[in-house]
Write a protein that binds this ligand. Structure first.
Ligand SMILES: [Zn+2]
Length: 398
């Protein structure tokens, strides 16, 4: 199994300068490579590939001493990152979606450098002297102290440095991480994901949408309005940008924390967990905006766009993050996760199977018009999701 773990680094003042230079030079390389691809395409309609650009690295390093300070492999990783951006761009063009050409990265928009192999320009847990704290050695930076708050499992494969505001992190991607299988509980559950409650289980347990997340979302919305009023290039604007970035970071950390707790509780209690397939759920819940035929690039308002606010987008992102974490934990614990088409799960009676729009009295209330079964609407939906999940499982076993 592959896992990544993230630790806070404690760089010295000099190391912060070196780390910043490392990001800046990798950003310059990225932008130069992007420029080359753009120009070549504009002038000659020739596409430049990763291989072509990687072959020039030696020469670049010989001509620009600043670039030669850093690891060859990390520079290749940065060129590969640009290649990936271009591939995604061409995929979007092919799919006839709004393409969005890969962009030049401004200061503050390039915060990660990756070393693709431990031992090549970097070394995890390298000791500069007699064994003391944990250090990571990075070419051009030196031994940076790491606050290693938990043990690393498996074999370290790649090492990345990440800047988040004024903090620096090291992210290790590890291979061969042993699974920690949990004992069977004999219990199964369906979960319904919603707006009023983040999730509801078929047993009737609810995990609310954390209030502090909603509060942060409100503050974030206010900070973004404030930012929109600032003049470009002004000192106040720079401050407002930093505030928005800090709040984004806070929302992200709160969301991750809540998702980890909710997923852990589910994995500890249940052997099988059925959930809505988010890809299908998003298609049925939020229709894509219609492109305006008169104005290229503009979109006609529709009901989904009118309803969508920052709060909603934060919740949507929250489900995606939660399901990713749940999938990791389930795999590690040896639990089974089943994604279910959520169509009709909220309007079908969990007791008699009767389907009617009128079954759903309010957002929270479910009352079957055929058999009079009454339940919390989310619990009713969660039971339907569980039943659909178990049916899929039986079908797969047969
Ligand atoms: Zn019924």
């Amino acid at each position: 199994m592959r896992r990544s773990c993230k630790f806070l680094m404690r760089p010295t003042r000099h190391q912060v300068i070196a780390l910043t230079a490392c990001l800046d030079d990798h950003r310059a390389l990225y932008n130069a490579a992007l420029e080359e691809r753009r120009e070549a395409y504009k002038r000659t309609k020739i596409s430049i590939r990763y291989g072509d650009q990687s072959a020039q690295l030696k020469e670049i390093r010989a001509c620009i001493p600043d670039q030669a300070r850093w690891s060859f492999s990390s520079q290749q990783a940065t060129l590969r990152r640009l290649d990936k951006a271009f591939r995604a761009f061409f995929d979007r063009v092919k799919a006839a979606r709004t393409p969005g050409y890969p962009r030049f990265k401004g200061r503050g928009w390039f915060d990660t450098v990756e070393w693709p192999k431990d031992g090549d320009g970097c070394r995890w847990d390298s000791q500069p002297g007699p064994p003391a704290a944990t250090f990571v050695r990075l070419q051009g930076v030196g031994h940076v102290r790491v606050h290693q708050h938990r043990p690393v499992q498996g074999r370290v494969k790649t090492i990345s440095v990440k800047r988040e505001g004024s903090r620096w992190y090291v992210v290790l991607s590890c291979d061969d991480v042993p699974a920690e299988t949990l004992p069977a509980t004999g219990a199964v559950a369906g979960i319904d994901m919603g707006v009023a409650s983040f999730l509801t289980t078929s047993d009737g347990a609810q995990v609310g949408n954390p209030r502090h997340l909603a509060a942060s979302a409100d503050r974030l919305a206010a900070a973004q309005r404030n930012l929109a009023r600032k003049k470009r290039g002004s000192k106040r604007r720079r401050k407002a940008v930093a505030r928005v970035a800090a709040l984004h970071g806070k929302v992200r950390r709160q969301r991750l924390d809540g998702a980890h707790k909710a997923a852990l509780a589910l994995v500890q209690d249940y052997d099988v967990i059925a959930h809505e397939d988010l890809r299908i759920a998003n298609m049925t819940k939020a229709p894509a905006p219609k492109p305006d035929p008169d104005q290229s690039g503009a979109f006609l308002p529709n009901r989904a766009a009118a309803k969508a606010g920052l709060n909603k987008s934060i919740l949507d992102a929250g489900w995606g993050v939660f399901l990713t974490i749940l999938a990791h934990k389930a795999e590690s614990a040896g639990r089974e996760l089943i994604a279910v088409n959520p169509a009709n799960t909220s309007r079908t009676c969990a007791r008699c199977g009767h389907y009617a729009k009128e079954n759903r009295v309010t957002q929270a209330e479910f009352r079957c018009t055929a058999c009079r079964y009454e339940a919390h609407a989310d619990v009713n939906a969660a039971i339907n999701i569980l039943r659909a999940g178990l049916a899929l499982r039986d079908a797969a076993a047969a």
